[in-house]
Design a protein around this ligand. Sequence first.
Ligand SMILES: [Zn+2]
Length: 277
Amino acid sequence: MKMLRGVGIPLTVGMAGLLSGCGTSYDLPGVDDAVNARANAMFAQAKAAPPRAAATPAAGAARFQRVASRVQPVAERLCNAELAEKGADCRVQLGLDMQRTDRNAYFTYAGPGNGNPVIRFTVPMLQDVESDDEVAFIMGHEYGHLIGQHIVKQQQQAVAGALILGAITAYGNAQAASAGQSYDPNAVSRNMEIGAAVGSKAYSQTYELESDMLGTRIAMAAGYDPVKGAQFFARDEAARSRNGQLSFWGTHPADSRRLAVVLATVDQVKAGPADRE
Ligand SMILES: [Zn+2]
């Protein structure tokens, strides 16, 4: 960073500030040793669980509708309370993805300009879940990505990251040119692309944990057990599916920290609103 001081102070300092300003909106609950020990034990148990027998597609779809009818009103209320001022659309379309053949569930915007938010579950995912608690936690977690504004923030970070790397490269090229050395004009656009990838990944684990926290609150408020539900994420599954793409467990890495956040959030909710700073 030192070499940037001469030219880049306002530019680089300003944008570094923007990057860190795109973090999470919520404080995660504190995790103490006791919670960690419980999380580790549960994680080991979930990891060792035997393969499951698949439910029928019809049973999976019925489970999805049953859980959605309870989770949606709760999650929409929380979303409106958190995002009404920002003008975000909280009317999420919950539905099945009938195309994909992998086990997956995701949140995305189906419309331009981050409009028309959707949460979709694939049929194989619904055949694999074992309880309504699991569907409720996964659904709450996906709502968490909307309420935490994670896609919006990753877009902002990708732009900021690309600008920073682009600025660094441009500066380096300018230095090289003024020193009479050759420079590579394509390096600017190449670095812009790398910057976009780095910016998109930088907070993903933090956002995952934030979504776990929000998903825990949503599942509890809808009357489900998020601790039972979250164990779905802890299963021993491959990070990539056969076509080489990241699987649900690739984008949601199994990690005892997840369960620790869920356990600590449950404790926090049970302790009552006074505990929520
Ligand atoms: Zn997620």
